[in-house]
Write a protein that binds this ligand. Sequence first.
Ligand SMILES: [Zn+2]
Length: 119
Amino acid sequence: MHEFSIAEALAAQVLRHAPVGGRVREVEIRVGALRGLEPEAMKMSWDAVTHDTPLAGSVLRLDLRPWSLVCPACGRTWESPVPFETCRCGETSPRPTAGDELNLMSITVDEDETTAEEA
Ligand SMILES: [Zn+2]
């Protein structure tokens, strides 16, 4: 599964960046449309790969980027929620130019363990 391997790589990256002793509460990533990630599948994969790690219970937030399209006829570039959209010049085959990014944007950590709400 596509999302699962991405979640695994992401978890490893987060663990390298997370401060020792801090409890990771939230992880935010920015994902380009070309990645084709299913947000629900991604979150389920995240829960699965972090289950037995210090990241267990952390929330994965996905910032899904729109498609970035360029028109081969008139050169216009624009962003769109869908990959196939007719350009306003009439060209029906714009090409996606970007959108394969997958960036770790932020890690939210609870530093103060004395206030941890551990049951
Ligand atoms: Zn055009």
